[in-house]
Design a protein around this ligand. Sequence first.
Ligand SMILES: Cc1cc2nc3c(=O)[nH]c(=O)nc-3n(C[C@H](O)[C@H](O)[C@H](O)COP(=O)(O)OP(=O)(O)OC[C@H]3O[C@@H](n4cnc5c(N)ncnc54)[C@H](O)[C@@H]3O)c2cc1C
Length: 1003
Amino acid sequence: MDRDKLEDSILARGKELFAALGDEAPSVFNKDWWTGRLMDWSMRHEDFKLQLFRFIDVLPCLTSDQMLAEHIREYFSEGQNVPAVLKLGAKSAGIGGRLGMKVVGGTIRKNLESMARQFIIGNSIPETVKNIGRFRRKGFAFTLDVLGEATVSEQEADAYAENYMRLLEGLQSGQDDWPALGDGNSALNWGCAAKIDLSIKPSALYSQLNPADFEGSVGHILDRLKPVYRKIVELNGSMCIDIEMRRHKEITFELYRRLRSDAEFKDYPHLSLAMQVYLKSCDRDIDQMLDWAREQGLPISIRLVKGAYWDYEVVAARQNGWPIPVYTHKAETDAAFERCAERILGNHDLCRLACASHNVRSVCSVLELARALEVPDERYEFQVLYGMAEPFRNALVKTTGRVRLYCPQGELLPGIAYLIRRLLENTSNESFLRQTYVEGRELEELLKAPHLLLEERSAEVAGEHSESSGSQSDMGRFANQPFADFSLAEIRDAFNTAIVDVRKKLGKTYLLSIGGEEVETGTLVESANPARPREVIGRVCQAGAEQIEDAIGAAEDAFGKWRDTPACERAGYLIKAAQVARDRIYELSAWQVLEASKQWNQAYNDVGEAIDFLEYYAREMIQLSKPRYMGHAPGEVNEYFYQPKGVAAVIAPWNFPLAISCGMSAAAIVAGNCVIYKPSNQTPVIGYTLMEILREAGLPPGVFNYTPGSGAVMGDLLIEHPHISLIAFTGSVQVGLGIIERAARTPEGQRSVKKVIAEMGGKNAVIVDDDADLDQAIPHIIDSAFAYQGQKCSACSRVIVLDSAYDRFIERLLAAARSVSIGPAEDPANFMGPVISEDARRSITEYIDIAAKEGTILYSSDVPDEGYYVPVTIVGGITPEHRLAQEEVFGPVLATMRVKDFDQAIEWANSTRFALTGGVFSRSPKHIEQCRREFRVGNLYVNRGCTGAMVERQPFGGFKMSGVGSKAGGPDYLLQFMDPRTVTENTMRRGFVPIRSEDEWIE
Ligand SMILES: Cc1cc2nc3c(=O)[nH]c(=O)nc-3n(C[C@H](O)[C@H](O)[C@H](O)COP(=O)(O)OP(=O)(O)OC[C@H]3O[C@@H](n4cnc5c(N)ncnc54)[C@H](O)[C@@H]3O)c2cc1C
C-alpha cells in the first residue's frame, strides 16, 4: 500500500467531510441551547465543571424540593463564576429570590433532565420504538443499549436481562413496519446487517462478577445472556457485547468466544464484540481474536472503539500500583485506532468492522483504508452515539449510507453514569469534538496523521520523561506493594498452584526459634483449616516458662550490638525481608487461605501489607535516625535523637496474621529493639513464615525470637516479665485492657516502666445519607461488613441509614446479601468463608441470638455443614441501647439502624466506647464536612468502605477503647518504640565560640 497516497486521500476525504458538516454545531456545543451554554461555561471553568458533574450525579436522588434547593446551595452558591441560570437558582433557593426556591429548582431539574434525554432515545419501550422508526426513516440503523449497568444483586441482574427481553418483544412488533435500509432488496439492512441490534454490558448480568473467579463469572453471565441472544436470533437480529473496564476484558472476550462457538448459535453470524484501542494490548488482542476465528472457521464482527473509561483506568492503575494499561497520549490512541482498523479490514473475509468514532480523521482513515484494501461495502459500517455529533452523523450517512446509532434507552436514574461518561468525553481537552467545535482548531491540525503528531511530540519531550522518584533516601520513595490483578491468567494460575503446593506441606511440626536456634518442646498444638477442621495445617511446639526466660535472655544478649548497629543497616534487613516476602508472595498467601480462611484477595493483601510495613518503616527509621539540632542559641549544641527501649514483646492477632505480626515486629526491630514474638494460636504456622522471612533476610540471632504458646501461660509471663520494656499488642479490648493494667505494675527487678502499644476493637458505623449513591454504597458496605467474615477490627458492624432512604436501602442490601456465595476460601467463587474457630462460631452465634431478641433478623444465609461457618446476618430495629449496637461481635453480623436525620446519624455513630473506623456515603458537601468535624473516629472514610487501610496512605488506628498508641503505617508509629534523648554540649571555650549558620548571631 502506498502510504503517502493513502495519507493524501485521507486528507482529501477529511476536507470533503468537514465541508459537508456545515456551520451547525452538535447540540451539546450549540450555544443557542441551554445545554450548549452550560457546556461552554463548564469547559471554561474547571471547578464549576467538577461541581456540575457531581450535581448531575446526585440529581436523580433529590426527590423533594427541599433536598434539591439545599444541594443547589451547597454545590453552587459559593462560587463566583456560575452561569446565570444556576446562580439565580442558588440565590433564590437560599434567600427566597424572585422566582422562589421551588420554581428555580424545578427549572434546573427540568433543564438537566432534558440534557440527559438528549443522549437517551426513549424512556419507555413504545417511545423508543417510535423514535428509532423516525431515525430509520432518515437512513440510520440502530443498536439499543438498556441503561442500568450497576447491578448490586442477582435480583437486579435478572431484572436487567428481563428488560432486554421486554425490549425485544417491543421491537418484534416494530420491525415488520421497517423496510430494510439500503436498496431495500433484502430482509437485511444494506443487504448484510440485521434490522434489530442490541448492545449489552456483560457486567450488568452478574452482580458477583469477579476476575479471580473467571470460570464462574463467565458461566453466570452466559446463563443470563444466552436466553437474550436466543430471542435475538429468533428475531433475526444481531447483538454486540460492549466492552467495559479493562479488568473485565478477558471475561468479556471469553463470553464472546463461548457464545459465538456455541453449537446452538455457531451458524448464526450476527454477533459482534467491542474492542478498545486505547488499551496497549489491543493489537495483540485483535490478532488473537482473528487467529481464534480462523482456527474455528467462524466469521466474526468487531466494533472498534477508542474506549470510554480512560480516566477510570488511569486512576485504578495508580491506586492499585499496576502499570497504566491505556495509552496516555491521545495521538497514540488515534494511531492505534487506524492500525487496528487496518488489521481488521485486512481480514475482511473473516471479520466485519464497525468503526465507532466521531472523529473525522479516524473515520476517513477507515474509509480510505477500506478503499485501498478493496474491502466490499457490506464488510464494514459506521457507528455513532445517539445525541452526539449530529452534523457529523448526517454527513456520514450521506457519504457512506451505512451508519448505525448507538441508542441508550430507559430511565434517567440508571442513565446518569452514561450521561456523565458522555459529558466527560465531550468536554475533555482531548476530545475531537471539543477541538473542532470549541477550540476551533485548524482543519489541517485536526486531520493530521496521529503518527506524525507523535513524532513531533516525542521530539518535544525528549529527556523530559524521567519520572521523579522523589527520593527519600537512596532506597527511593516508598510505594505500596501492588494489589494482585486477578484478571491476569498467570496470577490466577500462580495462586492455584501455590495452594496445591502448600497443601503438600501441611501437617509438619514447627519448632520455636530462640537466639537463632530451633527449640523443640514437649507440648504440641495443632492448627487446623477452619473450612475443614480435620485438615491439620501444622503441629506447633509451645513455649513455656523456661523458653520465655531463654528467649528474653537471648534477646538481651543480642540487644547491645543490635542497638548500636547503624539505623540504615537495620533498615537494610527490612528491605531484604520485604524482597524475600515478595518472592514468596503466592506461597505466603496460600498459607493464609488454608490456615486463616482468607479469600484470595484478602490473603494477598495481607502479605502485601506486611511488605509495605517492612518497606515503610525502613525508610521512616532512616529519617528518624538523623539527629536534630534544637534551638538557635550560640555557644551550645543541642542534639536530639532516639534510642530503642530494649526487649519488646509482640503479641499478634490471627485476623491479619502476617501483616500485623510483621508490622509490630518490623517497627520494634528497625528501631533497635529485640523481639519476643508470640503469634496467635489460631495462625502459628503463618507466624512461623514471618520467622523464616526474617531469618532469610539474615537478621542476627536473638533479634527476633519465635515463641508460640498459649495466651494464659506465656502471654502472662511475657507481660509481667521485668525485663520486657515494651509490649506491642493487637487484639480484643478485654485482653488489651488486661495487658495495660498488668504492664503498669512494677515488680522487683523491673528496669523501666513498660510502654504498651495496644490496638483494640471497634464497633464501626457507616452512615448512609438520603442522597447517597446506593449503587456505590451497597457493594462497599457488603464488603466492609462481610469480607473476611466480618473479622476485621475495621469491619462495618452498624449501618445507620436516614429514614427517607432506609426502605430502599434495606431492600437492595438484602438482595445483595442474598447474592453472595459462602464456602471455603480456596475457591475464589466464594465471597465469604468460615470464621476462625469453633469458639468464635459459638460466640458469634450467641450474639445472633441476642440480635433476634433485641431486633429483627432481616436476613440469615444458609451455610455449608462442614467448617466453622456463621450465616451472613443482617439485623433490623437496632438502637444505641442494644448490646448489638455496643459490643464487638467480630463476625458477619450487621446491625441496621434507622435515624430521623443526619445529626442523629452522627450522634448514634459516636455513641459507643470505640473510635476506630467509620464511613459515610453522602453527596451533600455540607454533611461530608460535618462528618469530618464531628464523626470522631481514628479513620473516617467518605464514599468508600471502612476497611482496607493502606500503609502510608491511610495510617491506621483508633482511640477511646479502640487503642492506645499512634497509627500503624503512619509517620508517628516508630516513635513509640524508642526513647528520645538530648545531649547538650557547651561549645564555648575561653570566649571562643564556633558559630553555626542556624545560630542567632549579630548581622
Ligand atoms: C457506537 C459506539 C459504541 C461504543 N461502545 C463502546 C464500548 O462498548 N466500550 C467503550 O469503552 N466505549 C465505547 N464507545 C465510546 C468510545 O470508546 C469513545 O469513548 C468515543 O467514541 C469517543 O471517541 P471518538 O473517536 O469519537 O473521539 P475522539 O475525541 O477522537 O477520542 C476520544 C477518546 O480518546 C481517548 N483518549 C482521551 N484522552 C486520551 C489520552 N490522554 N491518552 C490516550 N487516549 C486518550 C479516549 O478513548 C477517548 O474516549 C462507543 C462509541 C460509539 C460511537
